[in-house]
Design a protein around this ligand. Structure first.
Ligand code: GDP
Ligand code: MN
Length: 387
């Protein structure tokens, strides 16, 4: 479960991390009264479950009360990466130029089968971008989940990362952050920027906090923070149909199959064919035409999807039912992207006959999954180039 910045900050505060003051508001009027109460420059910050809000115009420095009101009017209701902003955090602004911005974070790291603490002297920027451009600038340190992060380890990491300031205070903050991460079963906690003021004292200006969904039974006190509407709209729609659907970032090929194993294989095959899967969608065993129709409709709604790869191994699932579902979507004008299918097994010949009757270039069947995946990947990639 992803937490909003203000929620993550609340958890960090409970563990003694020095966090920038702030209050949540739902209307520009509320923002104005918070700005008046603070009596100083504030920052108005969109509360949505995505990073990079600053770049998207969702974080605005507001030197006056009127400016805070004006910025709140701009940010509330704004769309950031497909999510609507319906609340903002109003923080007491700090003078960034009078200090430094660093990055610290802790993640569950499968490579080391433990937690990894990360620290970088170049804060502010998204860590994913930094990791791609200058991986050597990020210091990594494995944290033992039994002992947690010890103060001497934190100091050593801070020194290796090139942090300047009061190293004891900075290390103490890193220890407290890791205690919060461990106690709350976090898969990710980031403080970015970690601001160090002129006196060398650290202050958390922004945080990302994500709790392991499998551990939520231990954090029932946080269940109220769960917001269905903040989750991906297509994931909510998929859950209505009972589909196992996961939206994947940066994909261009919609993928659907009958069974988790075949869908996972399909994702690999799309990658191998040089494109990127845009989702995981398992329609389950024995799917009838209507289910396939709903699945195609769902995947078609994803604007990232440029072509669809359907991979069905017909056992209980009948290939002709699959074909009927896809054809129905085509006839209703829902299907606007090419569908490249491999449907093998039960009623395969009937499926071929149905598709031959329709004879649309949008729907093609292939003898094996590699060819179908390659065709879908080619279509998706060339659609991207055409833009
Ligand atoms: P993100 O873009 O979603 O990571 O949102 P952040 O909370 O990290 O804000 C983006 C940027 O806004 C930060 O990297 C800072 O440079 C800037 N920022 C955030 N808080 C303050 C503040 O109190 N004062 C000033 N001057 N800038 C701030
Ligand atoms: Mn940030």
């Amino acid at each position: 479960m992803k937490l909003h910045e203000y929620q993550g900050k609340e958890l960090l505060r409970q563990f003694g991390v020095n966090v920038q003051d702030g209050k949540v508001a739902y209307t520009p009027d509320e923002v104005r009264s918070i700005a008046r109460e603070y009596g100083q420059a504030v920052v108005v910050k969109a509360q949505v479950h995505v990073g990079g809000r600053g770049k998207a115009g969702g974080v605005k420095f507001s030197p006056t009360i009127d400016k805070a009101f004006e910025n709140a009017e701009k940010i509330l209701g704004m769309d950031i990466k497909g999510l609507t902003v319906n609340k903002v955090l109003v923080t007491k602004a700090v003078d960034i130029d009078a200090g430094t911005e660093y990055y610290v974070g802790m993640i569950v790291d499968r490579n080391v089968q433990s937690f990894t603490l990360m620290a970088c002297a170049e804060g502010g920027m998204e860590i994913e971008e930094l990791a791609a451009e200058r991986p050597e600038a990020i210091i990594r340190h494995r944290v033992d989940p039994i002992t947690g992060l010890r103060p001497y380890e934190a100091r050593e990491v801070a020194i290796r990362a090139g942090f300047k300031g009061n190293l004891n205070k900075i290390a103490d903050m890193m220890v407290k952050m890791s205690q919060a991460a461990l106690a709350r079963d976090a898969v990710l906690v980031e403080i970015n920027p970690l601001f160090i003021d002129a006196d060398g004292t650290p202050l958390a200006l922004d945080t990302k906090f994500e709790i392991d969904d499998n551990a939520m039974y231990r954090h029932k006190d946080l269940l109220d923070w769960r917001e269905l509407e903040a989750e991906h709209p297509l994931e909510i729609e998929a859950s209505k149909y009972g589909f196992a659907y996961v939206k994947l970032d940066d994909g261009n090929v919609g993928v659907l199959g009958n069974g988790a194993g075949i869908v996972m294989t399909s994702l690999d095959v799309v990658n191998r064919a040089g494109a990127k899967p845009a989702n995981f969608l398992d329609i389950g065993g024995g799917a009838k035409a209507e289910i396939v129709y709903n699945a195609v409709k769902l995947v078609s709604k994803d604007t990232d999807v440029k072509a669809i790869f359907i991979n069905i191994f017909g056992g209980i699932t009948r290939a002709d039912e699959v074909a009927k579902g896809v054809i129905q979507a085509l006839k209703e004008g829902i299907l606007t992207k090419p569908v490249r299918m491999r449907i093998a097994g039960t009623a395969e010949e009937e499926a071929k006959a149905l598709l031959a009757e329709v004879n649309s270039p949008l729907i093609q069947m292939y003898p094996d999954m590699f060819q179908a995946a390659e065709a879908a990947s080619r279509d998706a990639n060339s659609a991207g180039e055409a833009k």
